[in-house]
Design a protein around this ligand. Structure first.
Ligand SMILES: *Cc1c(COP(=O)(O)O)cnc(C)c1O
Length: 393
């Protein structure tokens, strides 16, 4: 694709495409573990990195490369590495930056396993972690010490829908020479591009919006820094957290409709949020598209739209929340998010159950909090389903 066609949707459809000898319009699945060298010299050149090509699918593969090119294009970045899962990308991120005695500062309400990994394996390897409310950039500065090697933020957070000012955190971190990585899963590249706000690395769970059809898991690390990219690829190849070609094909296909899905779900989410905000059985609604969101202005500054994830509190707490979840009909009671279907879940008993109640509350995850991932069904149907379920409380 000529680089003069640079619109987001054009890139979503075409970036990463290449011409094969048959003129395939769609990037084929290169279902092969290994690649034949032309001769001994060619093999030697590939291993030395002196010529472009493929050696072995754990290190690289044409279908996976196509996806990586598309992902980089969507974040307006130079490099991307795809992983077997979002957590594969998180593991590689940590392992690429953190050695014994190093320190990381991270968002307290970061994705549960992203925090759990630091509190278990990386802790046992001698890596210290400080979890703070990164929506306060001064708290980030206070948490930095002489051993801090990475700042890892998630914005908006899962599931408290709290934002962190990427530009401010990046400015503070860079004063200390510390790189900033942003988990951009919730916003997707349609709504937020952290690299353009000063971040050094973007992480995605491709499982969510980018693939968008709840039929595959995958992850990616994206950067403009070639040295960092090389490190990610090396970590991926050593840990064996590579994506496989079929998975890459599925994500490559799903990503083509990314903005159509994200924008439709966002339209629905605004209607749902307004409905919930006016419902007598709902205590509070947190959605960056509502003026009642404390960071409404920050959302407008760093995001192109508020997205389709929201959380709300049911009056009556834990039990009322459980009744709601047992009463929904159209919305599916399931973890994950960002697919075409509407999903509902209860973090205190599900995704964040591995944290202590104190750690959960410190992160703003109260027992009444219900998380809602709005899909692309008709808004009237999503609202009608919520209404009948709320009536059962
Ligand atoms: C799901 C998710 C992850 C982990 O991704 P997997 O593909 O499930 O391994 C990381 N961060 C966020 C924000 C997520 O929602």
């Amino acid at each position: 694709m000529s680089t003069k066609y640079n619109g987001f949707d054009t890139k979503a459809v075409h970036a990463g495409d290449f011409k094969d000898q048959f003129g395939s319009v769609v990037t084929p699945i290169y279902q092969t573990s290994t690649f034949e060298f032309e001769n001994a010299n060619h093999g030697a050149q590939l291993f030395a990195g002196e010529t472009d090509g493929f050696i072995y699918t754990r290190i690289g593969n044409p279908t996976i490369r196509s996806l990586e090119e598309k992902l980089a294009a969507l974040e307006n970045a130079k490099f991307a590495v795809a992983f077997a899962s979002g957590m594969g990308a998180v593991s590689a991120l940590y392992a690429s930056f953190l050695e014994q005695s190093d320190h990381i500062v991270s968002t307290a309400a970061v994705y549960g396993p992203s925090r759990g990994l630091l509190e278990t394996y990386f802790k046992s390897f001698g890596v210290a972690a400080t979890f703070i409310d990164t929506s306060d950039p001064f708290a980030v500065e206070k948490a930095i010490n002489g051993n801090t090697k990475l700042i890892y933020i998630e914005t908006p957070t899962n599931p408290t829908i709290t934002l962190t000012d990427i530009e401010q955190v990046a400015a503070i971190a860079h004063q200390y020479g510390i790189p900033v990585a942003v988990d951009n899963t919730f916003a997707s590249p349609v709504l937020q591009n952290p690299l353009e706000l000063g971040a050094d690395i973007v992480l995605h769970s491709l499982t969510k919006f980018i693939n968008g059809h709840a039929d595959i898991v995958g992850g990616a690390l994206i950067t403009n820094d070639e040295k960092i990219d090389r490190k990610f690829r090396k970590t991926m190849a050593y840990f064996g957290t590579n994506m496989d070609p079929h998975q890459a094909y599925m994500v490559y296909r799903g990503a083509k409709t990314l903005s159509l899905r994200v924008l439709r779900a966002q339209e629905n989410a605004l209607a749902v949020a307004e409905f919930l905000e006016n419902h007598p059985k709902v205590g509070w609604v947190k959605y960056p598209g509502l003026k009642s969101h404390p960071q409404y202005d920050l959302a407008r500054k760093q995001m192109r739209g508020p997205g389709s994830m929201l959380s709300f509190g049911i009056k009556g707490g834990l039990n009322a929340g459980k009744t709601l979840m047992n009463s929904v009909d159209l919305a599916k009671l399931a973890v994950s998010l960002g697919g075409v279907e509407t999903l509902i879940q209860h973090p205190a008993s599900m995704t964040h159950a591995s944290l202590s109640k104190e750690a959960r509350e410190a992160a703003g995850i109260t027992d009444d909090l219900v998380r809602f991932s709005v899909g692309i069904e008709n808004a009237e149907d999503i609202i009608a389903d919520l209404e009948q379920a709320l009536n059962k409380i």
